[in-house]
Write a protein of this length. Structure first.
Length: 168
């Protein structure tokens, strides 16, 4: 869950920067130091509760290992921390779903831009123009190069052919 929450936060846009592939609901006022930014507060809440659950897990493990002679006086603490973790996870996921997940939207324009500027299409050209030529194209400064530009460098007839190569 922590990995998922951190990944969502990483895909979000900051004003005019960041990966920006996803948009989330604006639940709270934006950043006090960066106007226009949507703070990923639900993602941050999930990471905090995950930290607490990890701490509870440590306590449960130490308590479980501390019993002597079939008597474990730590049992109430083990049960308390386990049940607290279950409650935190259940409530946290419900809140994340209600206030974030259901409102996540792909930023299609940004995804298209990143895809069109990606050099992954050069990899698909390997079998058609050879590794050396593909590597030569990839190593050139490619600021803003789209599939048509890559296709032109590879001397391919049109953009559709480059796109077909990239999707195969």
């Amino acid at each position: 869950m922590m990995k998922i929450a951190n990944a969502f936060a990483g895909w979000l846009p900051a004003p005019r920067c960041g990966i920006g592939e996803l948009s989330i609901p604006e639940n709270e006022p934006g950043s006090s130091i960066m106007p226009g930014k949507v703070n990923p507060t639900q993602c941050e809440a999930v990471t905090m509760l995950c930290c607490q659950v990890l701490g509870n897990d440590v306590a449960v493990n130490i308590g479980g290992a501390s019993g002597n002679f079939e008597l474990n006086v730590y049992r109430p603490m083990v049960i308390h921390n386990f049940l607290q973790s279950v409650r935190l996870l259940a409530d946290g996921m419900e809140s994340f779903n209600e206030h974030c997940a259901v409102g996540i939207e792909p930023n299609r324009d940004r995804i298209s831009q990143l895809l069109n500027e990606s050099l992954m299409l050069v990899t698909a050209l390997n079998t058609h123009i050879g590794y050396d030529k593909a590597a030569e194209i990839a190593k050139k400064p490619q600021r803003g190069t789209d599939p048509q530009g890559i296709g032109a460098q590879a001397r391919l007839p049109d953009r559709r052919r480059v796109r077909r190569l990239g999707s195969s």
